[in-house]
Write a protein that binds this ligand. Structure first.
Ligand code: FQP
Ligand code: MG
Length: 221
């Protein structure tokens, strides 16, 4: 049963698009619609960083993006903000090690998707024990989006998790482009998560298609 669920989750992670208003060069609604047209498989609303929306404005944008994902059958995940996730009936949440604990969040969100950032085996074990549905692993490559990241780890930890037999679905994150995405899936990730590779693209649909091609190429291992 768990294996079937893992397979479904893994497929969902192939092209994982993350963004909030601060990442977008134009209306986030258009950015999301174009990314979906290009073939993203899951979306995370991450309203964070300089000039991020707060309160009612954050909620309004979340509702809009949630609606698009519902219409177009793309899972909608909220970063960090559990109350927001529940308010817009998100499909899931993503938390890191500095956010609310895995066990508390699992209780709050019921059987919604729970993604957890992990950087070592201790964090991975803990996340599995308390019911994580997938791992976010990174930064694989240097990233400019986030300044409070841990050290760049390449694909070492991805390889290690798979070599040790962990079956949890994994998405790689940090500095991933269509040039290097295949390395990430080759190392054992089920997909890649990106912000700027999509939001900064002149042709968003094309950027997503290229990412997906690279992701799938790396999986022919
Ligand atoms: N992996 C993923 C995902 N999404 C994320 N937001 C992160 C990792 C980073 O809490 P965190 O999570 O370390 O930092 P922040 O809250 O600033 O994003 F796997 F979904 F791709
Ligand atoms: Mg977080």
């Amino acid at each position: 049963m768990k294996e079937l669920e893992n397979d479904k989750m893994a497929e969902m992670l192939q092209v994982y698009f993350i963004m909030g208003s601060v990442n977008c060069q134009k209306d986030p609604v258009d950015v999301l619609k174009e990314a979906i047209a290009g073939g993203i498989t899951i979306f995370q609303y991450r309203e964070k960083g300089n000039g991020a929306l707060e309160g009612q404005e954050k909620l309004e944008l979340a509702k809009k993006l949630r609606g698009i994902c519902s219409d177009l059958k793309i899972p909608f995940i909220v970063n960090d903000d559990i109350d927001l996730a529940l308010a817009v009936n998100a499909d899931g949440v993503h938390i890191g090690q500095e956010d609310d604990s895995v066990e508390v969040v699992r209780k709050k969100i019921g059987d919604r998707i729970l993604g957890v950032s992990v950087h070592d085996l201790t964090e991975a074990e803990h996340a599995i024990r308390f019911g994580a549905d997938y791992f976010g692993v990174g930064p694989v490559y240097p990233t400019s989006t986030k300044t409070d990241t841990k050290a760049v780890q390449g694909v070492t930890f991805l390889n290690k998790l798979r070599a040790m037999g962990y079956k949890t679905p994994i998405v790689g994150i940090g500095g991933i482009t269509s040039e290097n995405a295949s390395n990430v899936t080759k190392a054992g990730a089920d997909g890649v998560s990106v912000i700027t590779a999509i939001t900064n693209a002149v042709d968003i649909e094309e950027a997503v298609r290229k990412l997906k091609t690279s992701v799938l190429a790396g999986m022919q291992r």
